[in-house]
Design a protein around this ligand. Structure first.
Ligand code: SF4
Ligand code: SF4
Length: 97
């Protein structure tokens, strides 16, 4: 039987959004709850699925994980893919940043 490699890696490096700055027109924005985020809890580069799946490459894979909101388009893919449910999409202007 063929041996499978279950490690998932990015095929290319994400880059800042090609549509330019999105902060002016975005309706929703992602907010990370660091108390649920795996890298923050483990204090090491783990998970990072939000970084892997973000189509605009604006997730910053640091500890704690960050998001460049100047270029994030608010699509919500990161929140959908986060296994720890650490990302919530909130309306722009909401106070819980
Ligand atoms: S996908 Fe969720 S748990 Fe994983 S690094 Fe991103 S915010 Fe943290
Ligand atoms: S909302 Fe979309 S563009 Fe913004 S960080 Fe999440 S996946 Fe990336």
């Amino acid at each position: 039987m063929e041996k499978r490699d279950d490690n998932i890696t990015a095929m290319c490096r994400p880059a800042v959004g090609e549509a330019g700055k999105t902060g002016d027109w975005r309706d929703m924005k992602p907010v990370i709850d660091q108390s649920k985020c795996i890298p923050a809890i483990k204090n090491r580069a783990a998970c990072l699925l939000c970084w892997l799946y973000c189509p605009d490459g604006v997730v910053i894979p640091t500890i704690p994980v960050g998001i460049d909101l100047e270029y994030c388009k608010g699509c919500g893919i990161c929140a959908e893919e986060c296994p720890a449910k650490a990302i919530t999409m909130v309306h722009e202007g909401a106070k819980n940043e």
